[in-house]
Ligand binder design. Structure first.
Ligand code: ASP
Length: 318
């Protein structure tokens, strides 16, 4: 029997002081909930779903309740999940009021012949399965959105193609903070899941890495599982979660995420290249690394009495 382990993240970026403690508590709670599933002989898929749902329900994170706003003040959430045993995967995007986007992603994986549903089709599936709805908007996210939008309107920011300038000038306003989880269960199966409200001020219709299999989420029993956070376009261009899994075929999870962040630094050079990664390999080694100022994350494995959490992991600068 394998020693079960779970790693979760509550997002990379700059963690505002007002949300640091709730963030730490939130990732611990998520890790514990997922770990309990593993200890009760639950699957890695069950564990990552439960862990991500816990963070979707916690408004401190940019996923589910507390999701960030698009340029025109809408909310469009997305999520994905992958089972490393079967390589089955599910994803959903452009969701406006689904309480738990990752649960819908799992329904796509298990109840349809498809991998990715967005918008109307995804909403219809949610209706068929009676998924709970809620308004994900919160006052705090609205405040962040207003601040950034004001700067945009005053011409103090040149809009998203100049993202590196924006991040440099206003790191506190850039909210990525997707949530994700990876797990290894007692039977040696791995899984990964990721969920997000996306990037603040994104154009409506923009899909990031979090719902794209291989980019924000990947799991394969031949290697391990990975969930990404940060600037989605970078993870898409580098197919980052799959890249980490490929690395894990020859090196352990920690080395793999560090290599992948080095790849980001090398190939997507510049200041606006914030990324964070968590991973678990099939030996049960965990990995966490980022090039952003913070990444809120936690882990737990058998033998620990409670999860360990932090706002930083290995920070890879070059
Ligand atoms: N990767 C997400 C996106 O680009 C944001 C994040 O990780 O916080 O939508």
């Amino acid at each position: 029997m394998t020693r079960p382990v779970i790693v979760v993240h509550g997002g990379a970026g700059t963690w505002h002081p007002e949300r640091q403690n709730p963030g730490i508590e939130g990732v611990k709670e998520a890790a514990l909930k997922g770990f309990n599933i593993l200890m009760e002989n639950g699957s890695a898929v069950d564990a990552v779903e439960v862990a991500v749902m816990s963070m979707e329900d916690n408004e401190v994170f940019n996923a589910g309740k507390g999701s960030t706003f698009t340029l025109d003040k809408r909310i469009e959430m997305e999520a994905s999940i992958m089972d490393g045993k079967t390589l089955k995967a599910g994803a959903a995007g452009l969701l406006t009021d689904i309480k738990n986007p990752v649960h819908l992603a799992r329904i796509v994986m298990e109840k349809t012949d498809f991998v990715f549903l967005i918008g109307e089709g995804a909403e219809k599936l949610a209706e068929i399965y009676n998924l709970e709805r809620q308004n994900p908007a919160t006052e705090l996210r609205l405040k962040y959105w207003k601040n950034l939008r004001e700067k945009l309107l005053k011409g103090e920011v040149n809009y998203l193609p100049r993202l590196h300038e924006l991040v440099e000038q206003h790191p506190e306003l850039f909210v990525y903070e997707t949530v994700g989880a990876v797990a290894l269960d007692k039977e040696g199966n791995v899984a990964a899941a990721t969920s997000t409200g996306g990037m603040t001020l994104k154009i409506p219709g923009r899909i990031g890495d979090s719902s794209l299999i291989g980019c924000g989420t990947y799991a394969d029993n031949a290697a391990g599982a990975c969930s990404a956070t940060g600037i989605g376009e970078i993870a898409i261009r580098l197919v980052l979660a799959k890249t980490v899994c490929d690395y894990m075929q020859r090196i352990n999870a920690q080395k793999a995420v560090e290599e992948a962040i080095k790849l980001v630094n090398r190939r997507i050079a510049g200041k606006a290249n914030f990324m964070g990664l968590i991973a678990v390999d099939t030996e049960g080694n965990i990995g966490a690394a980022h090039n952003s100022p913070n990444m809120c994350w936690a882990y737990m494995h058998a033998g620990m009495s409670s999860p360990k959490a932090s706002l930083t992991a290995e920070i890879i600068k070059s």
